[in-house]
Design a protein around this ligand. Structure first.
Ligand SMILES: [Zn+2]
Length: 115
């Protein structure tokens, strides 16, 4: 079901890293539909290394790599690390919670903390 042969799906992470993005789910850079998602998982608290997943619910392109995790990221407590795999089936099943969490980290924290 999932395909991982189109690097453009990584643009989702590149945009989110710099917080230069619209709300999730975002427009997929591959198919142009509003199905783009992102999840990051920091391996240890305060560690800048972790796992990165981007995927699209519409065209089913996905990518998983290890990555440098941006400072603003916090793991979502309801995501079970043991269920994370290279393919985003588990993440797809939890995408509503994940999108809400990513949007909160991207857009709400700024007004409280960084002034
Ligand atoms: Zn797509």
């Amino acid at each position: 079901m999932w395909q991982s042969n189109d690097d453009r799906i990584m643009d989702i992470f590149d945009k989110a890293k710099s917080k230069n993005t619209e709300c999730f789910p975002i427009i997929c850079p591959v198919c142009g539909k509003q199905g783009g998602h992102l999840y990051l998982h920091r391996y240890q608290p305060e560690d800048d290394r972790g796992g990165m997943w981007t995927w699209c619910s519409v065209c089913c392109n996905s990518m998983h790599t290890s990555a440098k995790i941006p400072k603003w990221w916090q793991n979502l407590k309801t995501i079970d690390f043991d269920q994370l795999a290279a393919l985003p089936d588990y993440l797809e099943n939890n995408k509503a919670d994940i999108d809400e969490w990513v949007n909160k980290l991207l857009f709400l924290d700024d007004s409280n903390k960084q002034r």
